[in-house]
Write a protein that binds this ligand. Structure first.
Ligand code: SF4
Ligand code: SF4
Length: 147
């Protein structure tokens, strides 16, 4: 899970949560570049997540400006959240933000998927391309054209 921009986005989220727990294993917070470059502020963000959300930092992903945590509310055996009713905002909102991503990626086993809003027009254009069926199927998957 991470932060996102507001707006309708190019994709519509379809499917639903099947309770696999994958998004709770390593909750991840993306920081704006400016905030990432200010170590004192970054430390405050980390401390805030530790105190308020019981998120323990396990990694600072410098390439993506991301803070990767382990959540102390998550039970990996039952795959349940220990504070579901009062869970943090970023948990509540996941995976809505992926509708705004350039190329949404979901956890393996997640019941949600992204559907490109212009899928029908894209499929028509692809159908006229003369590509072999296996190439077409691969492109439809990569371009999120699944209904
Ligand atoms: S990864 Fe997807 S299906 Fe699994 S718990 Fe999170 S939202 Fe639900
Ligand atoms: S607070 Fe709950 S929903 Fe959020 S990461 Fe932890 S276990 Fe998952």
């Amino acid at each position: 899970m991470s932060s996102w921009r507001e707006g309708p986005g190019a994709y519509e989220l379809r499917g639903g949560c099947v309770g696999c727990g994958a998004c709770c294993r390593t909750p991840t917070v993306l920081l704006p570049t400016l905030l990432w470059r200010l170590p004192r502020l970054r430390r405050l963000v980390i401390a805030w997540h530790r105190e308020v959300n019981l998120f323990e930092l396990i990694e600072q992903d410098r390439a993506n400006h991301a803070l990767v945590f382990r959540c102390r509310h998550f039970d990996p055996v039952s795959r349940r959240c220990g504070c579901y009713r009062t869970r943090p905002g970023l948990c509540r909102d996941y995976p809505r933000g992926l509708a705004q991503a350039a190329n949404p990626e979901f956890f393996e086993g997640c019941g949600y998927y992204a559907h490109y809003r212009q899928a029908e027009a894209m499929r028509s254009a692809l159908a006229e391309s003369g590509l072999p069926p296996e190439k077409l199927a691969e492109l439809e998957k990569r371009l999120h054209l699944r209904e």
